[in-house]
Design a protein around this ligand. Structure first.
Ligand code: UD1
Ligand code: UDP
Length: 440
């Protein structure tokens, strides 16, 4: 079997690293294709080194640009590589332009696609990420969903339960594996110097780069106004290149940088960043990955967004959405910093993203599909049967797979009272309402 992994930005490298590592331990060929969307050393190369994975076999160097140009260049480059390499499955991760380009190209070449971190929804179609992840899901063959909530999003959109694998999120694998290594190694001398603080105490780690925040001056100003008042904290701000450009364009960089308690530094490598976040009292972010890492590391997070495709972090109690609203940021930050019980409750939130075995579960599922011939994407030869969509209240002890066998049906959604359940093969349906597709 041959697996091709497509990645292009910092979070994709971090989250695919555990899977690349897992594949390399098995009797599987793999190629890694970098789109070149992130190209600065500290946004790309550093992570292959820090996460100890092979460097990409291909880099198609698309660089920065408008969405259309960037995605178009990626599609051209990815197609050339896939035609040449003929992998059995292409893996894409998350919601960047690489995911859109990789999924579109592979589906037209009839190559199976595994979408890692599928099923997330912010329900905000103004976000480029929401468009990318939805389009990739339409094209995919296997869906590696981090939580039951994400699986239910896909069921609600009509995807077959059979192709959904609840694996947790590989960010937990990366976090668990590398935090120990990071702590043993200690923070790099150069990073310590640039941090410009005496102790690793009262740390507030800040990251922001979402277009809907940093490209809008009023939002940036409002966030800066809140940061000014948090002057009892050491605010460490490893700045994303997009954010640096925008702060300079809005002539706000110096104003922020001149605040004594704010330390703007270059983006950090993964090992240094993990040490910073795990030592933080509070994380203020609009990053997707960091919302997940905060709850994994038991650090309270305030998310600088009005919606999140990671609502599990909020319902678990580890994350609060504050938008870019100065009052909401300050009110919640003060509660976390001044009220120990409140902070402890947030720290004790249960991590919804699994136990750190997501990469293993993902590669196990791919091997199983390969062995069953389910990665062969071919035009159907059976004449299509019609089916009707039905619903039933089940009053016997019967599992999902028994129900499907008996009814010649595919179970779709399952309601247990007013709550939806994910229909695993062995779920006992007694007392539940089931919707299903019945072949005629
Ligand atoms: C991209 C992803 C976003 C993800 C983020 C992770 C899309 C649509 N967006 O956003 O989902 O959360 O990566 O960090 O795929 N730049 C550099 N050096 C680099 C890369 C970028 O200077 O190595 C600058 C360029 O000026 C560029 C800007 O940053 O125009 C934005 O980069 P881009 O890749 O378009 O989007 P991100 O904001 O990084
Ligand atoms: N990260 C890092 N160094 C930094 C900032 C972030 O290693 O200076 C890591 C962080 O631990 C997380 C990932 O980058 O795993 C998040 O990437 P980003 O916020 O760019 O993208 P998003 O997750 O929002 O797509």
């Amino acid at each position: 079997m041959k697996i091709a992994t497509i990645l292009g930005t910092r979070p994709e490298i971090i989250k695919m690293a555990p899977i690349i590592d897992e594949i390399s331990k098995r009797d599987i060929d793999q190629i890694v294709l970098h789109t070149g969307q992130h190209y600065d050393k500290e946004m790309s190369d550093t992570f292959f080194k820090d996460l100890d994975i092979q460097t990409p076999d291909y880099n198609i160097h698309v660089g920065s640009g408008t969405h259309g140009k960037q995605t178009g260049l990626m599609m051209k480059g990815i197609e050339e590589v896939l035609l040449d390499e003929k992998p059995d499955i292409v893996l894409v991760q998350g919601d960047t332009n690489a995911v859109l380009a990789g999924a579109l190209v592979a589906s037209k070449l009839h190559i199976a696609i595994g979408h890692v971190e599928a099923g997330l929804r912010s329900f905000d179609m103004t976000m480029p990420e929401e468009v990318n992840r939805r389009a990739a899901d339409v094209c995919s063959t296997m869906y590696f969903v981090p939580t039951v909530e994400s699986a239910i999003n896909l069921l609600a959109e009509g995807y077959s339960r059979k192709n959904l694998f609840v694996t947790g999120n590989t960010v937990v694998d990366a976090c668990f594996r590398h935090l120990e290594i990071a702590k043993k190694r200690g923070i790099e001398e150069e990073t310590l110097k640039t941090l410009n603080i005496e102790t690793m105490e009262n740390i507030l780690t800040l990251t922001m780069h979402r277009a809907e925040n940093v490209d809008v001056k009023e939002r940036v100003v409002s966030i800066i106004e809140a940061l000014k008042e948090l002057d009892d904290m050491n605010i460490i701000f490893p700045i994303h290149p997009r954010t640096k450009n925008m702060l300079e364009k809005f002539e706000l960089f110096d104003e922020l940088n001149n605040l004594e308690h704010v330390h703007i530094i270059k983006p950090l490598g993964y090992l240094d960043f993990l040490q910073l976040t795990s030592a933080s009292t509070l994380i203020l972010t609009d990053s997707g990955g960091l919302q997940e890492e905060a709850i994994t590391l038991s650090v309270p997070a305030l998310t600088l967004r009005y919606n999140t495709e990671r609502p599990e972090t909020v319902t678990a109690g580890g994350n609060i959405l504050v938008g870019s609203n100065k009052d909401a940021i300050l009110e919640n930050a003060r509660k976390i910093l001044d009220d120990k019980d409140f902070a402890d409750k947030m720290k004790n939130a249960v991590n919804p993203y699994g136990d750190g075995d997501s990469a293993k579960l993902t590669v196990d599922a791919i091997e199983e599909y390969y062995n069953k011939g389910l990665l062969d994407i071919e035009a159907p030869e059976d004449i299509m049967t019609s089916f009707s969509r039905k619903m039933k209240t089940v009053t016997d002890d019967i599992s999902v797979s028994e129900f499907e066998g008996m009814e010649d049906a595919l179970v779709h959604m399952v309601f247990d009272g007013e709550n939806m359940r994910f229909p695993t093969d062995d779920l006992n349906l007694n007392g539940m309402v089931v919707s299903y597709d019945k072949r005629e």
